[in-house]
Structures are given as structure tokens and as C-alpha cells.
Ligand binder design. Structure first.
Ligand SMILES: NC(=O)C1=CN([C@@H]2O[C@H](COP(=O)(O)OP(=O)(O)OC[C@H]3O[C@@H](n4cnc5c(N)ncnc54)[C@H](OP(=O)(O)O)[C@@H]3O)[C@@H](O)[C@H]2O)[C@@H](O)CC1
Ligand SMILES: [K+]
Length: 500
């Protein structure tokens, strides 16, 4: 997994890379620039043929821009290069200026000339931005944002501080894509910054891994290897008992689809045996639609009432489609009280709503329960927030206080752990914003927990593979047409790909 570091830490890693390799800062800037250009050319082949304007600042982000301009010239392109007028350029910036013949002066009072189409490469500020940009920057940033072509930002969209969220009123480049060096930056992952960063690509520049390892952080970005290394291998002499017995509790009249999706996803994630506890109205539905699952009977006709568990389970998921009938709430309370402290548990949907209304019941949850709320359910649990940062802080405070895992679902779902670590997911797409998507995640989680995985590992692998299956599905079916059943349908492919 990749660490998410602060600007000071990033500077340190740059410095240690320079020291360890015995190179100078300009060498690293050149390396970064050519890596960024290669990535941009892979994504936008027209970059060599359409008009390109580089807008460069006075620091090393600007130096990157000047070096990219030089490389573009060497490839036969004729980019326009604007450089911010300043009395204090960084040394790399000054050195890079020398290698370019035609540099146009950029000052905040004069409008830059832009072509009708093509590209702007935004190199005004990278992670060196110390605070939000003042209003004097607004005309220039507005001009860039009014450009009809494609805006590519180097390292950061200029104006977006890398380690905090931006206040709504400060000027900031709305990039079409950001090419960020080596490690993802905190603010690129915040949903409220989506308008500045609709997409980003991490460009490796071979920074010193030892230096990165030595730095402390609680924030991580998940990659494929993090999913891969958590996969449970299946042994030749194993049997269904080896892979755990899971239980799914949920459903109510009109909402039997939720536990059905959940149970299918659980078995498609490798658990050996699965029981489903639904009210009577759902039993034949589950039996017919998911013959691999076994049914437990509840005396409730339309809603769950008994929560009567005849045996013990390696993992239980509860809440999906359950509703909040008085009888269900009473049964759920008794169920919580009956749980062993080491019971692996996932709570979703109405289980969370009931908990939010009865916060003292939270103390009955086994440690490291995974809570998988959608945003409304999350706010009922942790209270309202005014920014992504506040949301994360509140979720973290909740996770640490109660020693549970809280999922903040969305683009880059955050897995907030009891020790304060936060893992941001890298898979998934907007096609997942559809009914039943959360039920499939809960199914995957309980399926993994049943196999004996720790809650943190199950959350990391579960969230990753859920998004990965949805990405494979969207590639073939489109984000628009994607439905939750497709995520389950593509789980086998996702597991195969992840095992490669
Ligand atoms: N060898 C390396 O280090 C490598 C670095 N790399 C590249 O360098 C970038 C980091 O470079 P950087 O540290 O020079 O910072 P950068 O983002 O260019 O901006 C700093 C300038 O902005 C100014 N400034 C700040 N806030 C401001 C504000 N609110 N309003 C106005 N001005 C403000 C600040 O001025 P000051 O306040 O210090 O006077 C300073 O002049 C990084 O993102 C990556 O692209 C890669 O090539 C890999 C190798
Ligand atoms: K930039």
C-alpha cells in the first residue's frame, strides 16, 4: 500500500532520494518531468499535435513545467510557455529557464492568450502550496478554468493544498486529470475536491522507498498487492468446513432482495457454508434464488422477530433490508446481548439505524465489528459534518472510542480502523451508486470474515475486490447499466485477476 504523506514529509523523501542517489535536485525534476510527460502521452496522444500551453509557477512545480516544455519541443511540438514573473525562483526553476528560448511572462494582472482547443498543462503550484490562494489569483485561475480544451495538472491542481481540504471560495484549477508523483496526496482523495480532481494518475519517479518506509503516517492508499496478499489460498485437502460458516440476518416484506444479494456475494467470496435468517415471507424466495444457502426459520411473517440462533457462526452480517419494526428492534437487542466478545460481525443498514437510536447498545458489539453505513446512516451514528475532513475526524474518533471499523463509502471508500489508521480504496466507479451495491459489500465482508480473516484484513480485501469486480463489470457493461447483481456476477473474474 502507498503511504499518504504531508508536504514536509514529501520534501524529506525528495531530499533523501537526492542524497542517496548522489544526484542533484534538477536531475530529479528532469526525471519527474519526463515520467509525467510519458504518462500524459499515453493518455492523450494528441498532446504532440494539438496546441499546448504550459502555465508555470516560480517553484519546482514550475520547473517541472519548463522541463516538460523542453521535452515537448524535442519531440517536435511547439508549446507556449508562460512563467510567473518573480524575484525569487527556485534554483531548479532558474536552471530550467536557461534551457528554453521563448518564455512568455505571466503576471496576475494580464490575461494569458489561450488557443481555442488543445491542452493546458498546469504547473503553477504542486505540494509546495502553503495556504489557499488569495483573490489576486482568481482572474488567472478563472481563465484556465474557462479553457475549452483539456487541463492537465502536474502533481496537484494548482490552488489545492495537498494535505487539507480547500475552502470553497479560494481559486483553484479544475483539472481534467492530475498526474501526481509517486504517492497519492490526501486532498486528491476527498470527495468534495472531485471538481478539481475528477481523475488522477500516480506517476512513479523511483523515490527512495526506504525513506518512505521510515516516515510515519496513519493514512494509506490501497493497491492491487494489498488485495492479493490477503487472499486465502485453498488447500487440496480442505472441505467446506475449512472455509467457515457465515450467517446473514436481514430482510422484511418487500426487501428480501437485500439479503439475497448479500448471501450470493458471501458465497462468491469463498465462505464454505451459509445460513440466512429472513422472515417467513422471504424464505421460499431465498431457497429458490440461492439454492446454496440454508434457511433458518423465524416466527415473524413480514419482519424478523426471534433472532434465534441454533448454533455458533464464524461470522454474522446483520441489518440488510431488515426494517425497524418494534419486534425486530426487540429481537435485535437480545441478539446483541447474546453475542460473544470474539464474534466476527458486520452491521449494515437498519442495524446501524437502530444502533444510532439506541447508542448505549454499541457497547454490546464485539470489538472490531465492521460498520458499513451509507452516508445518511453514518451521519446518524457520528453526527453531521461540514467537510470531508470533519467527517473523517468524527469517524476516526468513533472508531477509536468504540474500537470498531467504520467504512466511509464512496469514491475512495475509507476504511477507518480502531488504531486510527485510514485505508483509502483505489477501485470502484460511479456505476456502483445503485441499489444493492452496499448489500453485496456486506456479503463479501461476512464471507471473508467467515474464513477467519481479521476484521481489518477483511475490510481491506472486501472493499478492494468489491470495487474491482465493479470496475470489470463497468468495462464490459458500462457504468450506467451496472446493477448490484453484476458486481456479484463479476466477482469470479475479479478473484481470478487478483490471484494472477
Ligand atoms: N526535487 C524536488 O523537490 C522535486 C519536486 N517536484 C516538483 O516540485 C513541486 C514542489 O515544489 P516546491 O516545493 O518548489 O513547491 P511548488 O508547489 O512549486 O510551490 C512553491 C512556491 O509557491 C509559493 N507559494 C506557496 N504558497 C503560496 C500561496 N498561497 N500564494 C502564493 N505563492 C505561494 C512559494 O513561495 P514562498 O511562499 O515560499 O515565497 C514557492 O515559491 C512538487 O509538487 C513537484 O511538482 C518533482 O519535480 C520531483 C522532484
Ligand atoms: K500543478
Amino acid at each position: 500500500m502507498k503511504k499518504i504523506l504531508t508536504p514536509n514529509q514529501l520534501h524529506l523523501v525528495d531530499q533523501q532520494t537526492i542524497n542517496k542517489e548522489g544526484i542533484n535536485s534538477l536531475d530529479l525534476t528532469k526525471r519527474a518531468s519526463s515520467a509525467a510527460l510519458i504518462a500524459m502521452l499515453e493518455d492523450f496522444t494528441d498532446l504532440l499535435k494539438d496546441p499546448v500551453v504550459l502555465v508555470c509557477g516560480k517553484g519546482n512545480n514550475g520547473a517541472d513545467g519548463l522541463q516538460i516544455a523542453k521535452l515537448l519541443q524535442q519531440l517536435g511540438a511547439k508549446p507556449l510557455v508562460y512563467l510567473l514573473q518573480s524575484a525569487e525562483y527556485s534554483p531548479d526553476n532558474l536552471a530550467s529557464q536557461k534551457s528554453l528560448a521563448d518564455i512568455l511572462p505571466l503576471n496576475l494582472t494580464e490575461e494569458i492568450i489561450l488557443p481555442e482547443h488543445g491542452f493546458i498543462i498546469d504547473c503553477l503550484f504542486g505540494f509546495g502550496l502553503k495556504k489557499e490562494l488569495g483573490s489576486s489569483w482568481k482572474p488567472l485561475i478563472d481563465r484556465i478554468n474557462s479553457f475549452q480544451g483539456t487541463v492537465l495538472s502536474i502533481d496537484m491542481p494548482s490552488g489545492l493544498p495537498s494535505d487539507t481540504s480547500l475552502s470553497v471560495n479560494s481559486p483553484c484549477v479544475h483539472a481534467d486529470k492530475v498526474y501526481t508523483f509517486e504517492l497519492p496526496k490526501w486532498s486528491l482523495l476527498m470527495p468534495e475536491n472531485a471538481k478539481y480532481v475528477p481523475a488522477f494518475r500516480i506517476v512513479s519517479i523511483d523515490l527512495e522507498q526506504e525513506a518512505i518506509q521510515s516516515l510515519e503516517t496513519q493514512n494509506y492508499y490501497l493497491g492491487k498487492e494489498d488485495g492479493q496478499e490477503r487472499i486465502i489460498p485453498r488447500s487440496k485437502f480442505s472441505h467446506k468446513g475449512t472455509y467457515g460458516h457465515a450467517l446473514i440476518i436481514g430482510g422484511s416484506l418487500g426487501k428480501i432482495g437485500a439479503p439475497l444479494l448479500c448471501s450470493k456475494a458471501a458465497m462468491r467470496s469463498g465462505c464454505g457454508l451459509l445460513d440466512v435468517l429472513v422472515p417467513q415471507c422471504g424464505q421460499s424466495i431465498i431457497h429458490t434464488a440461492h439454492p446454496e444457502a440454508m434457511l433458518l426459520s423465524d416466527s415473524g411473517e413480514e419482519v424478523l422477530r426471534d433472532f434465534n440462533l441454533p448454533k455458533t457462526y464464524q461470522a454474522i452480517a446483520v441489518g440488510i433490508g431488515m426494517g425497524q419494526d418494534e419486534e425486530t428492534i426487540r429481537g435485535f437487542d437480545l441478539f446483541l446481548q447474546s453475542l460473544e466478545q470474539n464474534q466476527a460481525l458486520v452491521l449494515d443498514a437498519d442495524a446501524l439505524n437502530i444502533l444510532a437510536k439506541n447508542p448505549t447498545w454499541i457497547s454490546n458489539l464485539p470489538k472490531e465489528t465492521i460498520l458499513s453505513p451509507h452516508p445518511k446512516e453514518l451521519s446518524r451514528l457520528i453526527g453531521e459534518w461540514h467537510s470531508d475532513e470533519e467527517k473523517l475526524l468524527k469517524a476516526k474518533e468513533f472508531a477509536q472510542r468504540h474500537q470498531h471499523i467504520v467504512l466511509i463509502k464512496g469514491a475512495h471508500t475509507a476504511i477507518v480502523c480502531p488504531d486510527g489508521s485510514v485505508y483509502f480504496n483505489s477501485t470502484g466507479n460511479p456505476g456502483m451508486a445503485t441499489a444493492g451495491s452496499g448489500d453485496t459489500l456486506t456479503g463479501i465482508l461476512v464471507g471473508l470474515l467467515a474464513q477467519g480473516m481479521s476484521s481489518t484484513d477483511a475490510a481491506i480485501l472486501g472493499v478492494y475486490i468489491h470495487g474491482y469486480a465493479a470496475d470489470l463489470a463497468a468495462n464490459e457493461l458500462s457504468e450506467i447499466a451496472l446493477i448490484a447483481s453484476d458486481i456479484i456476477r463479476y466477482l469470479p473474474k475479479a478473484w481470478l485477476e487478483l490471484q494472477r
